[in-house]
Design a protein around this ligand. Structure first.
Ligand SMILES: NC(=O)CC[C@H](N)C(=O)O
Length: 358
C-alpha cells in the first residue's frame, strides 16, 4: 500500500506502508545519521512527536530487546526508512522493528528515497510534515504542541540507589541512561517532575542537581527558569542537552534553532580544557547563542567541530557544567562519559568544602 510524506515547504516522497496510519499524522521531520541505535532513538523522549528519517539504508537487523529502551515507550510520531528488516536476528530480540512499532500504533513507511528527503531538510530546515495515504490535497494546520515536556515528564517523584552523593535529577523527559550513569557511579538519585518547586527540591537535601534532556523549544519552559536559576545558585549542577539550554536561558543567555539539528552518533566535539576532540551522541534542534553569554558569567568549554556551535558551558562563579551532547551515549560512543565523573567530583568537593553551597 502506497504512503506519502508531504513536507510543508513543498516536496512529496512516496513509499510503502508497513504500519499505515489510521489518519494523517503530522510532526516535525528530522533525520538521524547513526548506523545503529534505532531502539534508543525511538524511545528517547526528546524525539516526542517528531517524524524520524533514518539515513542508514537498512534498519532493524537486530530487532528490539528488553534492555535498550530509554523510556517506557516510543515517542516518535512516525518512522521513515529505506529498507527495514522484518526478521530480527539477535539472541536478545523480542520483537522485530515493525512489530514493535505496530504494537504502539506508530506508522512506518519503507522504500522511501531517504536521501532526497534529507537533502530537502538540509536545504530548507527541519519542518512540519504530514504522513498520509493520500498523494494530494494535504492541508497543513499549525498544531504545534507547546507542552511536550509536560507530556513526557513523570508526574511522581521516585528514588533509586544508595550512596554518598544524593543527586536530584529533574525530569524534562529523561533518558534512562542518564539515571543509570549516576547509579553505576554509586549515587542516590531522586527523580522529580519538571515543575517541582525549588523549595521542594531543597527539602530533599540534595548534594547536586542534574537537569535532564527533553523535547521541544527550551523557551517553552520560561515558567521554570526562575527555579532553574535558584537551583544553580544553590547546588552544583550538571545540565544535559535541554538542561544545558535551560541553564543558559535562566542566566539571561539566548538559544536559537539550527537549520536541521544534530542527530547522530559521530559528532566531533572539542574540549577547550583538555584540548581533546572526541565523538559524541547528539539529538537537538536548538543551540545556545554564544553571543548572548557576555553578561551571564557563562563561558563555552565545548564546541561542535562541524559548525562551531556551543556544546557546553561552565560558569565563572557557580559550580555548573553543561553539555549539549549526550555524555550518557545510548546510542553512540561513550567518550563523553567523563563529564559524569567530573560532575560527581565537583559535588563531593563541594560537600567537603567549608563554604559549600546551600
Ligand atoms: N535532547 C534534548 O534534550 C534536546 C533539547 C531540545 N529539545 C532541542 O531540540 O534542542
Amino acid at each position: 500500500m502506497k504512503g506519502y510524506i508531504h513536507l510543508e515547504s513543498g516536496g512529496k516522497y512516496e513509499g510503502k506502508w508497513l504500519n499505515p496510519p489510521k489518519q494523517n499524522i503530522s510532526g516535525e521531520v528530522v533525520f538521524y545519521t547513526g548506523m545503529t541505535g534505532y531502539q534508543e532513538v525511538l524511545t528517547d523522549p526528546s524525539y516526542k512527536d517528531q517524524i524520524i528519517v533514518f539515513t542508514y539504508p537498512l534498519i532493524g537487523n537486530y530487532g528490539i530487546n528488553e534492555e535498550d529502551f530509554e523510556s517506557k515507550k516510543p515517542h516518535v510520531a512516525g518512522v521513515i526508512v529505506y529498507e527495514v528488516n522484518q526478521n530480527a536476528s539477535h539472541y536478545k530480540a523480542n520483537y522485530s522493528l515493525p512489530e514493535y512499532l505496530k504494537k504502539w500504533d506508530i506508522p512506518l513507511m519503507h522504500h522511501v528515497d531517504t536521501r532526497a528527503i534529507v537533502r530537502n531538510i538540509r536545504n530548507k530546515g527541519s519542518m512540519p510534515a504530514i504522513l498520509s495515504s493520500e498523494s494530494e490535497n494535504i492541508l497543513f494546520v499549525n498544531n504545534e504542541d507547546g507542552d511536550k515536556v509536560g507530556k513526557v515528564s513523570d508526574k511522581r517523584m521516585s528514588s533509586y540507589g544508595k550512596g554518598d552523593a544524593h543527586i536530584v535529577l529533574v525530569d524534562y523527559g529523561l533518558k534512562k541512561s542518564i539515571l543509570t550513569s549516576l547509579l553505576k557511579r554509586g549515587c542516590q538519585v531522586t527523580v522529580v517532575p519538571y515543575d517541582t518547586s525549588f523549595q521542594a527540591i531543597k527539602n530533599l537535601n540534595p548534594d547536586g542537581i542534574l537537569l535532564s534532556n527533553g523535547p521541544g523549544d527550551p523557551k517553552q519552559l520560561n515558567p521554570q527558569l526562575a527555579t532553574v536559576k535558584k537551583l544553580i545558585q544553590h547546588f552544583p549542577t550538571l545540565g544535559i542537552c535541554l538542561g544545558h539550554q535551560l541553564v543558559a536561558l535562566s542566566l539571561g543567555g539566548n538559544t536559537k534553532k539550527l537549520l536541521f539539528g544534530h542527530r547522530g552518533a559521530n559528532h566531533p566535539v572539542i574540549d577547550q580544557v583538555t584540548k581533546r576532540v572526541f565523538m559524541t551522541s547528539q539529538n537537538h534542534s536548538y543551540v545556545v547563542d554564544e553571543a548572548s553569554l557576555n553578561e551571564t558569567g557563562l563561558k563555552s568549554r565545548f564546541y561542535n567541530l562541524h559548525d562551531q556551535s556551543v556544546e557546553g558551558l561552565t560558569h565563572d562563579q557557580y559550580l555548573i557544567q553543561t553539555v549539549q551532547f549526550h555524555p550518557e551515549a545510548n546510542p553512540g560512543p561513550a567518550e563523553g562519559e567523563y563529564i559524569f565523573d567530573e560532575f560527581l567530583n565537583m559535588v563531593k568537593e563541594n560537600s567537603r568544602s567549608a563554604v559549600a553551597y546551600a
